[in-house]
Design a protein around this ligand. Structure first.
Ligand code: MN
Ligand code: ZN
Length: 339
């Protein structure tokens, strides 16, 4: 079978790989149908993802159809359309024992530490497969994974209806967080430096939008939050200044959620954290949130139709990554398709 491998940073190759066979543990053979391209895949391609190891078959937004089931499979059957959990955890370390398998001490993420979904077939455990809603196209289904990441960040933020949420960044991640947060009554401010993205955030239901290049953006945030600052700030931009900005603007007793993977030092100020008693929390991957995301789709509370803006055949992965590098504003989400 064919697979897309990042041999080393900057080098993407189509390789031949042995088709996996199912066993006791990896008891479901999935024929891949669609795989999303995420910012982190681009990071692995460019060598800016500190977690990745090479060579690697990337892709962690993995949608396919069950082709074969092992004898110990209980629920799934051949023909079921599924999305695959990207998190592989050990089940016996401190985080796992505290239901935090997404930060397992022995964490392996498909497409990052072990081979992921840019290949024609995968063998995975039944428990890592989630059946898709029937009305959702394969391409759009890849968006369930970013949705789970958004759900995770809001659960880390413990978002409540009386919160004033500031989302820094209106890209793929920020938009997913906005969509999910819009299900609550929280007041939402979206910030970005691109006007088109701010307009899109407005359409997705942001109460206010702010261009972070405006000199007086901090003032505006205070104005939109009754003078006290957001109660929750989520950094979905993860740029050099975003953490300090988040800590600066968030009000007393607030929560600041980080999602970035940069290893570059960033300056923060202890007084701002201590004096306001801020909780600064990381949010990584997702902790068994696929069921929740799929339920919300089935209930019609979130709509992923047309969330994918472009598709490419997976054999044209190089073209797709080059197109992403062009930073075309029309790109919302790209999915690689397998037939
Ligand atoms: Mn992703
Ligand atoms: Zn563990």
């Amino acid at each position: 079978m064919k697979a897309i491998q990042i041999v080393k940073p900057g080098e993407l190759k189509i390789i031949d790989m042995v088709k996996p066979v199912i066993d006791e543990k990896n008891n479901i053979l999935v024929k891949m149908k669609a795989a999303g391209i995420c910012g982190s895949d681009v990071g692995i391609y460019h060598g800016t993802n500190a977690a990745a190891t090479y060579p690697r078959v990337i892709g962690h937004e993995m949608v396919g159809v069950v082709e074969e089931t092992g004898s110990n499979v209980r629920h799934l059957k051949v023909g079921d359309r599924v999305i695959i959990n990207q998190v592989v955890s050990c089940g016996h370390c401190y985080p796992c024992n505290h239901n935090r398998g997404n930060v397992c001490d022995n964490l392996q993420v498909r497409g990052v530490h072990i081979d992921g979904g840019y290949r024609e077939y995968m063998a995975v455990p039944e428990d890592d497969c989630y059946i898709l809603p029937s009305n959702l196209r394969d391409a759009d289904a890849v968006m369930i994974e970013p949705t789970t990441i958004a759900i995770q960040s809001l659960s880390r933020a413990k978002l409540e209806d009386d919160d004033m949420l500031f989302i820094i960044g209106c890209g793929a991640l920020g938009s997913s967080i906005l969509r999910m947060a819009r299900l609550s009554k929280a007041r939402i401010i979206s910030g970005d430096i691109v006007e088109d993205k701010l307009n899109q955030a407005k359409m997705l239901g942001a109460d206010y939008t702010i261009n972070l290049l405006d000199d007086n953006f901090e003032e505006k945030i205070r104005e939109y939050t009754c003078g006290r600052g957001p109660t929750v700030t989520i950094d979905a931009a993860c740029t050099k200044d975003s953490l300090m900005n988040a800590i600066k603007v968030t009000g007393n007793a607030g929560r600041v959620i980080t999602m970035g993977f940069s290893v570059n030092p960033t300056e923060v100020n202890q007084f701002l954290i201590t004096s306001k008693e801020l909780d600064v929390r990381g949010s990584r991957l997702q902790n068994r949130k696929f069921g929740e995301a799929i339920d919300l789709i089935k209930q019609g509370k979130i709509d992923l139709t047309d969330a994918v803006s472009h598709t490419f055949n997976f054999m044209d992965a190089q073209k797709a990554f080059d197109f992403i590098d062009s930073k075309d504003y029309s790109i919302k989400k790209i999915a690689l398709m397998f037939d």
